[in-house]
Design a protein around this ligand. Structure first.
Ligand code: MG
Length: 665
């Protein structure tokens, strides 16, 4: 059965390979690839940004139903897994500051919508990987909200919160942190400390110094005053939360409230005007209120009046004050820490719903020593915990891939903890290869990385990729050179590992990220499906490159063009999926065209050999001139797929500029 299908596919691919580029005539019989159950062997994943992939309800924000409606596209692209950007509620548009790991972001749909996406994806042999952020939460996180209220709450210990961080670190109280870094510690009491409970407020405007006195109260709570002749309000910041006070004496106003505010309070003499002169707050630097003590009010640059519990504490957040780091304690006891148990329980929920795996964010930062043994050990605890849940309903192990943004040598130890890790060096090498037009060292470099991984884990899975949501786009790095972009796709689909395609990469999207003089949003551009006007731009605050989001670059346009980058992705993902040697093979050097043959330095050549012994020869000429290769030791009669200009004459293959070909051996 499998063999017959393979022969048919091979014939189809041979036909495609013979097709000429720039041929959009009706004679172009090429069809969008399709797959039957079990045919996608290539382990190709797609990194998808929920907020900007596809919008189903017209609110401009991508959503679960939008993704579900585009599964046919991802299936045709040969994708067998999707890595979703964080799906949880968050303050930011990108979602890496999670408020609640046990919920889905209502902007994206309901939990039922999420489950429906899982089921629909599985029906097409597409797995769903959730992005899980273990290093930190968001400042709006439900656990952090409880932690801020002090040691009385168990969540206090799930974060690094301290009145004296440097002393506590020196005393070994925070084993995850090797040293005190003042830039990572943020005031708990600035901007995000609130209060919930019954409070009595008294505003005294009778003297030269106007004051606010707040006391905790056992008295009955009052409704806001409805007497519109009294113009004195408490402002707690949310719509409709201007609370009119009662006049209890000359220039004295009071009210007792069941108070709830995530940040604090201001005093206002108008509920419609926002001008200075109608707003009283606290002087800068003296804005933490103590219960029972009158706070002198200031109308000059009035600062939010904050509630000081726990007062003067600081919390640690390596990525900034909006992302508090989680505290799992010493790695030897991490799996029994409250934070670990709590976040693991949320993962159990998603595994139970049918999620197939996780992409783990920023794992080198969990324990502050990036090159120490703690992070791999911690990740093994996490993997084993999730796998235990997964194996209750599956006969195979759960998939998990770590983001370890370091060179291959530094990534290798992380295979002690996880079966897969992203290989950032893949793109580092490939962009050099393509821009320097020097291919002869590529296979040697890649094989050397795999040797490092295999020393740690025999079945290590390098997750190969071009760029991701944090990097300047491949098209920008490659000068928007279509031939180079097509070859980047061909390299990605012919190398050992499990490749990821990043949303928009298949369409040639460009953009510089924030670290490169651009903006992060500009490398997270929405997919233009058919009309730019329907792209999910709503969550990007207008930071969208209008020259990129056009009808001309749309999926529909590129599907129809035989010379498009998308067409190249369709062809090379199909080739990978249909050829066991490409799909799961190991790389080995070519006997003639390798790092020792610098006379033909533009050629990258290697074999891929599957565990069943089947073999493919991969050839890429990254040069700007045609090369003539003597391949007398190789079989050249079964061409699987090609790019650019390829011709065979006996044992000689002529490869044009920026041309690639694969021969089944
Ligand atoms: Mg929507």
């Amino acid at each position: 059965m499998k063999k017959a299908i393979y022969a048919l596919m091979l014939a189809a691919l041979l036909f495609q390979a013979c097709g000429k580029e720039n041929n959009d005539s009706p004679a172009d019989k090429w069809e969008i690839p399709s797959y039957s159950a079990g045919e996608k062997q290539g382990n190709i994943s797609y990194q998808l940004l929920i907020y900007s992939f596809a919008d189903s309800d017209g609110d401009g924000i991508g959503d679960f139903n939008g993704i579900k409606s585009k599964l046919d596209y991802l299936d045709a692209l040969g994708v067998s897994a999707i890595w979703l950007s964080p799906a949880h509620p968050a303050d930011s548009y990108h979602g890496y500051d999670v408020q609640d790991y046990s919920a889905v972001n209502p902007k994206y749909g309901t939990e039922a919508d999420f489950k429906a996406l899982l089921d629909a994806a599985h029906a097409k042999d597409i797995k769903i990987y959730m992005d899980y952020v273990l290093n930190h939460t968001g400042k709006g996180n439900v656990w952090f909200a409880a932690a801020k209220k002090g040691e009385i709450n168990k969540e206090f210990g799930w974060f690094h919160i301290s009145a004296n961080p440097s002393a506590d670190i020196a005393a070994g109280k925070f084993p995850m942190l090797t040293s005190y870094n003042s830039g990572e510690w943020h005031d708990v009491t600035v901007g995000d400390i609130g209060y919930e409970g019954r409070l009595h407020f008294k505003v005294d405007f009778s003297g030269s110094v106007k004051t606010l006195t707040v006391t905790t109260s056992e008295a009955a709570a009052q409704q806001p005053n409805t007497d519109t002749s009294v113009n004195m309000f408490l402002w707690v910041g949310e719509p409709g939360k201007a609370v009119r006070m009662y006049k209890t004496g000359t220039d004295i106003y009071e009210i007792t409230l069941d108070f709830s505010s995530p940040w604090g309070v201001l005093v206002r003499s108008s509920d419609t005007s926002w001008d200075n002169g109608t707003k009283w707050g606290a002087p800068k630097g003296a804005n933490v209120l103590s219960f029972g003590t009158p706070l002198a009010l200031s109308t000059d640059d009035a600062h939010d009046i904050l509630f000081g519990s726990p007062s003067q504490m600081k919390f640690q957040g390596a990525f900034g004050s909006w992302m508090p780091d989680l505290n799992y304690g010493a790695v030897s006891t991490a799996s029994s820490s409250g934070a670990f148990e709590a976040i693991a329980e949320t993962a159990d929920k998603w595994i139970g719903m049918g999620v197939d795996g996780f992409r783990l964010d920023a794992v080198k930062h969990i324990y502050s020593n990036e090159r120490g043994s703690e992070n791999p050990a911690f990740l093994k605890l996490w993997y084993d915990r999730c796998n235990e849940t997964f194996r209750k309903t599956h006969s195979s192990d759960i998939y998990m891939v770590g983001e370890v943004w370091m060179d291959a040598s530094a990534v290798a130890p992380y295979y002690k903890g996880l079966p897969a890790n992203f290989e950032f060096d893949f793109w580092e090498r490939l962009k050099w290869v393509l821009n320097q037009r020097t291919g002869c060292y590529f296979a040697k470099d890649l094989m050397s990385y795999r040797t490092k991984y295999a020393a740690v884990r025999a079945d290590a899975i390098p997750a190969t990729k071009l760029t991701n949501h944090d990097e300047t786009r491949a098209a920008t790095i490659l000068g928007k050179d279509l031939a180079k972009l097509k070859q980047a796709a061909a390299f990605l689909m012919t190398a050992e590992g499990q490749p990821y395609i990043y949303q928009g990469e298949e369409l040639g999207y460009w953009g510089k990220d924030g670290d490169d003089g651009g903006r992060d949003e500009l490398v997270r551009t929405p997919i233009v499906w058919d009309k730019a006007s329907s792209a999910a731009v709503g969550d990007l605050s207008g930071n969208v490159d209008a020259t990129l989001v056009t009808d001309e670059i749309s999926v529909e346009k590129q599907k129809a063009s035989s010379s498009s980058l998308l067409r190249t992705y369709f062809e090379w993902t199909k080739a990978r999926n249909s050829c066991p040697a490409l799909a799961g093979g190991k790389m080995s050097a070519h006997q003639k065209y390798n790092d020792s043959n610098t006379l033909v330095s533009s050629v990258a050549a290697w074999y891929m050999t599957a565990s069943d012994g089947s073999k493919a020869l991969v050839l890429h000429n990254v040069g700007s001139n045609e090369v003539s290769l003597d391949l007398s030791g190789d079989k050249l009669d079964k061409q699987l797929v090609s790019l650019g200009s390829v011709s065979v004459d006996g044992s000689t293959v002529k490869l044009g500029a920026s041309s690639s070909v694969v021969y089944v051996q």
